[in-house]
Design a protein around this ligand. Sequence first.
Ligand code: NI
Length: 186
Amino acid sequence: MDAMAILKIARMGHPVLGRIAEPIDDPKAPEIGQLISDMIDTLADASGAGLAAPQVHVLLRLVMFHVPQARAEEEDGDGAEGCPFTVLINPEIETLGDDTAEGLEACLSLPGLAGMVTRHRHIRYRGTNHKGEVIEREAVGFHARVVQHECDHLEGILYPMRMHDLSTLTFTSELKHTDEAEDDQP
Ligand code: NI
Protein backbone atom coordinates (compact mmCIF):
# COMPACT_ATOMS: atom_id res chain seq x y z
CA MET A 1 0.00 0.00 0.00
CA ASP A 2 1.27 3.45 -0.90
CA ALA A 3 1.84 5.82 1.94
CA MET A 4 -0.36 8.87 2.08
CA ALA A 5 1.41 11.90 0.66
CA ILE A 6 0.36 15.48 1.16
CA LEU A 7 2.11 17.71 -1.35
CA LYS A 8 3.17 21.30 -0.80
CA ILE A 9 0.77 23.73 -2.47
CA ALA A 10 2.36 26.68 -4.30
CA ARG A 11 0.98 30.05 -3.32
CA MET A 12 0.38 33.11 -5.49
CA GLY A 13 3.73 34.63 -6.41
CA HIS A 14 5.49 31.31 -6.99
CA PRO A 15 6.58 31.29 -10.66
CA VAL A 16 5.23 27.75 -11.24
CA LEU A 17 1.68 29.14 -11.04
CA GLY A 18 2.32 31.47 -13.98
CA ARG A 19 3.59 28.88 -16.45
CA ILE A 20 1.80 26.85 -19.14
CA ALA A 21 1.40 23.15 -18.27
CA GLU A 22 2.44 20.40 -20.70
CA PRO A 23 0.10 17.73 -22.13
CA ILE A 24 0.29 14.23 -20.60
CA ASP A 25 1.32 11.66 -23.21
CA ASP A 26 0.21 8.55 -21.33
CA PRO A 27 -2.61 8.99 -18.78
CA LYS A 28 -2.04 5.37 -17.65
CA ALA A 29 1.65 5.82 -16.79
CA PRO A 30 2.47 4.75 -13.19
CA GLU A 31 3.96 8.14 -12.32
CA ILE A 32 0.69 9.82 -13.36
CA GLY A 33 -1.21 7.38 -11.15
CA GLN A 34 1.09 8.27 -8.24
CA LEU A 35 0.63 12.01 -8.89
CA ILE A 36 -3.17 11.57 -8.93
CA SER A 37 -3.08 9.61 -5.68
CA ASP A 38 -0.91 12.26 -3.98
CA MET A 39 -3.11 15.09 -5.30
CA ILE A 40 -6.24 13.35 -3.98
CA ASP A 41 -4.62 13.18 -0.52
CA THR A 42 -3.55 16.82 -0.79
CA LEU A 43 -7.00 18.05 -1.87
CA ALA A 44 -8.74 16.08 0.87
CA ASP A 45 -6.35 17.47 3.49
CA ALA A 46 -6.96 21.04 2.31
CA SER A 47 -10.75 20.59 1.97
CA GLY A 48 -10.84 22.24 -1.44
CA ALA A 49 -13.29 21.91 -4.35
CA GLY A 50 -10.51 21.40 -6.87
CA LEU A 51 -6.78 21.17 -7.49
CA ALA A 52 -4.59 21.50 -10.59
CA ALA A 53 -1.15 19.87 -10.99
CA PRO A 54 0.76 23.19 -11.28
CA GLN A 55 -0.46 24.01 -7.77
CA VAL A 56 1.66 21.11 -6.51
CA HIS A 57 4.65 22.22 -8.63
CA VAL A 58 4.00 19.77 -11.48
CA LEU A 59 3.59 21.43 -14.89
CA LEU A 60 1.27 18.82 -16.41
CA ARG A 61 -2.29 19.17 -17.72
CA LEU A 62 -4.16 17.43 -14.95
CA VAL A 63 -6.98 18.75 -12.76
CA MET A 64 -9.36 17.24 -10.23
CA PHE A 65 -12.56 18.60 -8.72
CA HIS A 66 -15.88 17.74 -7.16
CA VAL A 67 -19.08 19.64 -6.42
CA PRO A 68 -21.19 18.12 -3.64
CA GLN A 69 -24.93 18.40 -4.27
CA ALA A 70 -25.41 20.64 -1.20
CA ARG A 71 -22.77 23.08 -2.48
CA ALA A 72 -24.31 23.18 -5.96
CA GLU A 73 -27.72 24.00 -4.44
CA GLU A 74 -26.19 26.64 -2.16
CA GLU A 75 -24.61 28.34 -5.19
CA ASP A 76 -27.23 27.75 -7.90
CA GLY A 77 -30.47 27.12 -6.04
CA ASP A 78 -32.63 24.10 -5.25
CA GLY A 79 -32.35 21.23 -7.69
CA ALA A 80 -28.91 22.26 -8.98
CA GLU A 81 -26.78 19.27 -9.89
CA GLY A 82 -23.43 18.58 -8.26
CA CYS A 83 -20.55 16.72 -9.85
CA PRO A 84 -18.90 13.52 -8.63
CA PHE A 85 -15.18 13.54 -7.88
CA THR A 86 -13.48 13.76 -11.28
CA VAL A 87 -9.89 13.52 -12.48
CA LEU A 88 -9.43 15.16 -15.87
CA ILE A 89 -6.28 14.75 -17.94
CA ASN A 90 -5.56 17.07 -20.89
CA PRO A 91 -8.88 18.90 -20.41
CA GLU A 92 -10.47 21.07 -23.07
CA ILE A 93 -13.32 23.53 -22.55
CA GLU A 94 -15.84 24.71 -25.10
CA THR A 95 -18.15 27.56 -24.07
CA LEU A 96 -21.85 27.10 -24.88
CA GLY A 97 -23.74 30.35 -25.42
CA ASP A 98 -22.77 33.85 -24.32
CA ASP A 99 -24.26 33.83 -20.83
CA THR A 100 -21.92 34.74 -18.01
CA ALA A 101 -22.36 34.70 -14.25
CA GLU A 102 -20.56 36.39 -11.38
CA GLY A 103 -19.64 34.38 -8.33
CA LEU A 104 -17.28 34.23 -5.40
CA GLU A 105 -14.14 32.12 -5.95
CA ALA A 106 -11.41 30.96 -3.66
CA CYS A 107 -8.21 29.03 -4.40
CA LEU A 108 -5.84 26.88 -2.33
CA SER A 109 -2.99 28.97 -3.78
CA LEU A 110 -4.48 32.12 -2.20
CA PRO A 111 -5.33 30.79 1.25
CA GLY A 112 -7.90 32.81 3.17
CA LEU A 113 -8.97 34.98 0.23
CA ALA A 114 -11.98 35.11 -2.08
CA GLY A 115 -13.16 37.41 -4.86
CA MET A 116 -15.93 37.90 -7.41
CA VAL A 117 -15.14 36.46 -10.85
CA THR A 118 -17.16 36.43 -14.07
CA ARG A 119 -17.28 33.04 -15.81
CA HIS A 120 -19.14 31.43 -18.69
CA ARG A 121 -22.35 29.97 -17.31
CA HIS A 122 -22.58 26.96 -19.62
CA ILE A 123 -19.68 24.89 -20.96
CA ARG A 124 -18.82 21.51 -22.38
CA TYR A 125 -15.58 19.92 -21.21
CA ARG A 126 -13.65 16.92 -22.36
CA GLY A 127 -10.58 15.02 -21.22
CA THR A 128 -9.54 11.54 -20.14
CA ASN A 129 -9.44 9.84 -16.78
CA HIS A 130 -6.53 7.85 -15.32
CA LYS A 131 -7.54 4.82 -17.43
CA GLY A 132 -7.38 6.84 -20.62
CA GLU A 133 -11.17 6.76 -20.98
CA VAL A 134 -12.79 9.83 -22.49
CA ILE A 135 -14.89 11.98 -20.16
CA GLU A 136 -17.19 14.48 -21.83
CA ARG A 137 -19.80 16.52 -19.96
CA GLU A 138 -21.84 19.66 -20.08
CA ALA A 139 -21.78 21.84 -16.99
CA VAL A 140 -23.63 24.93 -15.79
CA GLY A 141 -23.31 27.30 -12.87
CA PHE A 142 -20.92 26.46 -10.06
CA HIS A 143 -19.83 23.19 -11.65
CA ALA A 144 -18.87 25.12 -14.82
CA ARG A 145 -17.13 27.74 -12.66
CA VAL A 146 -14.99 25.17 -10.86
CA VAL A 147 -13.87 23.54 -14.12
CA GLN A 148 -12.99 26.92 -15.67
CA HIS A 149 -11.05 27.89 -12.53
CA GLU A 150 -9.05 24.63 -12.46
CA CYS A 151 -8.29 24.69 -16.20
CA ASP A 152 -7.10 28.31 -15.89
CA HIS A 153 -4.30 26.99 -13.65
CA LEU A 154 -2.98 25.04 -16.68
CA GLU A 155 -2.59 28.35 -18.53
CA GLY A 156 -0.86 30.10 -15.64
CA ILE A 157 -3.97 32.11 -14.73
CA LEU A 158 -5.12 32.73 -11.14
CA TYR A 159 -8.63 34.04 -10.44
CA PRO A 160 -7.55 37.59 -9.44
CA MET A 161 -6.33 37.96 -13.05
CA ARG A 162 -9.99 37.43 -14.11
CA MET A 163 -11.48 39.90 -11.63
CA HIS A 164 -13.07 43.12 -12.88
CA ASP A 165 -13.52 44.68 -9.45
CA LEU A 166 -10.61 44.21 -7.05
CA SER A 167 -12.64 45.84 -4.27
CA THR A 168 -14.44 42.46 -3.96
CA LEU A 169 -11.17 40.70 -3.06
CA THR A 170 -11.59 39.85 0.60
CA PHE A 171 -10.34 37.66 3.41
CA THR A 172 -13.01 35.00 3.87
CA SER A 173 -12.78 35.52 7.64
CA GLU A 174 -14.13 39.07 7.04
CA LEU A 175 -17.12 37.95 4.95
CA LYS A 176 -19.15 37.62 8.15
CA HIS A 177 -18.97 41.41 8.49
CA THR A 178 -20.58 42.04 5.10
CA ASP A 179 -24.15 42.00 6.48
CA GLU A 180 -23.14 44.15 9.47
CA ALA A 181 -21.59 46.72 7.15
CA GLU A 182 -24.80 46.92 5.16
CA ASP A 183 -26.84 47.28 8.36
CA ASP A 184 -24.56 50.11 9.47
CA GLN A 185 -25.31 52.25 6.43
CA PRO A 186 -26.72 55.64 7.58
NI1 NI B 1 -7.25 27.48 -7.76
